[in-house]
Ligand binder design. Structure first.
Ligand code: FE2
Length: 328
């Protein structure tokens, strides 16, 4: 029996609660977006779409067909999980391949030309989502046969999409584009027994709402959260196999699965293979916690050993991990 907390992104029938296709001027399908998790709370956190971006038709010049544009609101973080694309951003052009992550801030000019079909998985926050857009999606959800109905699509308010002009984008190596992140070159890295914690997007790059960290786990690494964690979590197992216990459900999350964990739900994990797990919810202030933890341990070992010091740090930075380490 599959767990309600496990979402296999490659199983569109169960992972996608609805979907929408977008078309090119010639009528061919440009993309198909699956709605995985709806936005939550005043800053529209946890919103997740899983989009298949289809390759440009043969003979189309990517430099002339990448639709440069900006969004006036919101932040976007995309995972490239298959295929390849040209990214045009901030006057630069670079190639994105599986493993890359693109972090976009409001008003940042960007355009994409997909050279192959790409699994393009995005989390968003601080977008403005109108009631009409939700109402259209609700009809599509209950009446899947209406998804391609132009009369219904017309009722959906225009997206926050400001077209921009083409520009002479200079081709650069991917690592020179600061909007492109990759766990191979984290902003900061903290190593512990059985796990490397990598900071990929800082909180100040997200209007203070969240951050993106990746845990690279060795087989046998375990983590247990406090009894009733006060924050809700969304984890993305991008590679590997990880056994989870969420409340009374035990299941294995494998490559390209989300683990959607409600607030207050007791949970723990054990890496069965070398695994890469992203904290997509991003509420824990990992970057600050790991920075101060490492600082105290390095510069003030006496204080580090005092009971309560690290517990206080966990409270200060919303880190609900009770214990972690290799299985004994
Ligand atoms: Fe965009």
């Amino acid at each position: 029996m599959p767990s309600e907390f496990l979402i296999d992104l490659n199983e569109h029938k169960t992972a996608w609660k609805g979907s929408a296709k977008h078309y090119r001027p010639d009528g061919s399908t440009a993309s198909e977006a699956g709605f995985v998790i709806p936005a939550e709370g005043p800053r529209h956190m946890f919103w997740m779409l899983d989009t298949i971006m289809y390759a440009l038709p043969d003979g189309v010049n990517p430099d002339e067909n990448h639709m440069p544009h900006e969004h006036r609101h919101g932040y976007e973080t995309f995972f490239v999980d298959s295929g390849k694309l040209w990214l045009y951003i901030d006057g630069m052009k670079c190639l994105l391949t599986p493993g890359d992550i693109l972090h976009l801030q409001a008003t940042q000019i960007h355009g994409m030309a997909f050279l192959e079909d790409v699994k393009w998985r995005g989390t968003y926050h601080d977008y403005i989502i109108s009631d009409d857009a939700r109402a259209v999606q609700n009809v599509m959800k209950h009446m899947p046969e209406t998804r391609d109905d132009k009369d219904l699509q017309k009722l959906e308010p225009p997206m926050d999409f400001i077209p921009r002009e083409r520009f002479l984008f200079k081709e650069v190596p991917t690592e020179q584009c600061t909007a492109v992140r990759n766990p191979k070159r984290p902003l900061a890295e903290y190593k512990f027994e059985g796990v490397a914690m990598k900071v990929l997007v800082q909180r100040w790059e997200n209007g203070g709402a969240k951050e993106l960290c990746c845990a690279e786990m060795e087989p046998g690494f375990t983590a247990e959260w406090v009894k009733y964690p006060k924050i809700r979590e969304l984890l993305y197992v991008r590679s590997g196999e990880v056994k989870f216990k969420v409340m009374n459900d035990e299941f294995i999350a494998y490559s390209e699965c989300l683990v959607n964990i409600p607030k207050f739900a007791p949970h723990s994990l054990e890496a069965l293979t070398k695994s890469e797990v992203y904290d997509l919810g991003g509420l824990t202030m990992w970057s600050s916690f790991l920075h101060d933890y490492t600082s105290i341990k390095t510069y003030d070992p006496e204080r580090f050993a005092k009971p309560g010091v690290i517990d206080e740090l966990k409270v200060k930075f919303d880190c609900p991990i009770k214990c972690m380490g290799m299985m004994k």
